[in-house]
Design a protein around this ligand. Structure first.
Ligand code: OSB
Ligand code: MG
Length: 369
């Protein structure tokens, strides 16, 4: 399929509620929407960078630069039989996985649409619905967190992930256990701790958390292996895993027992499938993480979660957990029991709404052959 056109749109989508993690607060989700036309078929992808380099080093502007000056020129005007072939041409460019993922996702969508199959099927998935959880940001008070968690449990979310940071951790998690009993619950620290906090994590072992996500530095797996050796609670890595090989190394040294997969963080569905196979061969459970995606990124997350290795509920919550107005139709809705339906239509199976895209777009550019 010959790539004929690529468009990039920077969107600023207001979040219903601010989302606070140990690295900062987001009130508006800034992202880059990618559309790619190949063989006359248009596919959609999303670059999940944030405006500031807080989750990782990429930003909206670095992604725009990498796309415009390096990746789009490699893609445009050339023919690729499979999305993996496109991903291979920028392998020699280091890092910038979120920028790479935007184009890789858009080409996967176009490729599946051209074959008239769903993206889930194109990726090798086999589920018609996926079980999901919700990620709860840092709140002003414990009482407020209890109320919020209760509302998510009432809606049916299958597990609750609590964002923690030093001073907002053990007491809160104990209060949640006390209030809600043995619900599936986990914590995500976004790298806010160090090995000096080992006694805290040892104490929290009795909370029966499903896992603790990324407690230590994002560029570290050695200390994570040390910490994991001291804990019953599984460690799940997020920020530390940027490539399929990172996953292999982390597992070989015992740095984690679970991996959070984000296609943005690792460069798209092509490397995602390799990472998936490495982990499933070792019996390591996977789940799909989130970056407060728009409906486009969410549809990609739903499709990838249909692969067999995704055995744990992910962070792909319904659209209305984030946005008053989404940019796709139908927006992802939570079904009873905490499931999202996997669209059966071609590609990502949702329609991008041009009026909504226009409403949130602050910058855009189209590249032709
Ligand atoms: O660490 O998983 C994370 C959101 C933004 C950046 C990093 C993370 C998150 C979330 C929310 O936890 C996931 C979501 O609901 O999309
Ligand atoms: Mg995380």
């Amino acid at each position: 399929m010959k790539i004929e056109q690529v468009s990039l749109h920077v969107l600023q989508m207001p979040l219903k509620q601010p989302f606070t993690t140990s690295f900062g607060t987001e009130t508006v989700r800034e992202l880059i929407l990618v559309s790619l036309t190949a063989g006359g078929v248009t596919g959609w992808g999303e670059v999940v960078t944030m405006a500031d380099p807080l989750y990782n080093y990429e930003t909206t502007k670095t992604a725009w630069h990498i796309l415009e000056d390096f990746l789009v020129p490699l893609a445009l005007g050339k023919s690729y039989d499979h999305p993996d072939d496109l991903a291979a041409v920028w392998d020699h460019y280091r890092g910038h996985y979120m920028a790479k993922a935007g184009l890789n996702l858009a080409f996967w969508d176009a490729w599946a649409r051209a074959k008239s199959i769903s993206l889930a099927r194109a990726l090798g998935g086999n589920k018609d619905r996926i079980g999901v959880g919700v990620s709860v940001g840092i709140q002003d008070s414990i009482a407020g967190t209890l109320k919020l968690v209760e509302s998510f449990l009432v809606q049916g979310y299958q597990r609750i992930k609590i964002k923690i940071r030093p001073g907002w951790d053990e007491q809160l998690l104990r209060a949640l256990r006390h209030e809600f009993g043995p619900i599936p619950m986990m914590a995500d620290a976004n790298s806010a701790y160090s090995l000096a906090d080992t006694p805290l994590f040892e104490r929290m072992d009795d909370l029966g958390l499903m896992m603790i996500e990324q407690p230590l530095a994002e560029d570290d797996i050695i200390d994570h292996a040390r910490l994991q050796a001291r804990l019953q609670t599984p460690i799940c890595l997020d920020e530390s895993i940027l490539t399929p090989d990172d996953a292999r190394k982390a597992l070989e040294i015992g740095a984690c027992r679970i991996i959070n997969v984000k296609v943005g963080r690792i460069g798209g569905h092509s490397p995602m499938r390799r990472l998936h196979d490495i982990c499933t061969r070792r019996g390591i459970p996977l789940w799909c993480g989130g970056m407060l995606e728009s409906g486009v990124g969410r549809a990609h997350n739903i499709a990838l979660t249909t692969l067999t290795g995704y055995t744990l509920p992910g962070d792909t919550s319904a659209s209305d957990r984030y946005y008053l107005e989404d940019i796709v139709e139908p927006a992802a809705r939570l079904l009873p029991g905490g499931f999202l339906e996997v669209p059966a239509g071609p590609g990502i199976g949702v329609t991008v709404l041009p009026d909504r895209v226009a409403k949130f777009t602050v910058q855009s550019r189209t590249y032709n052959i």
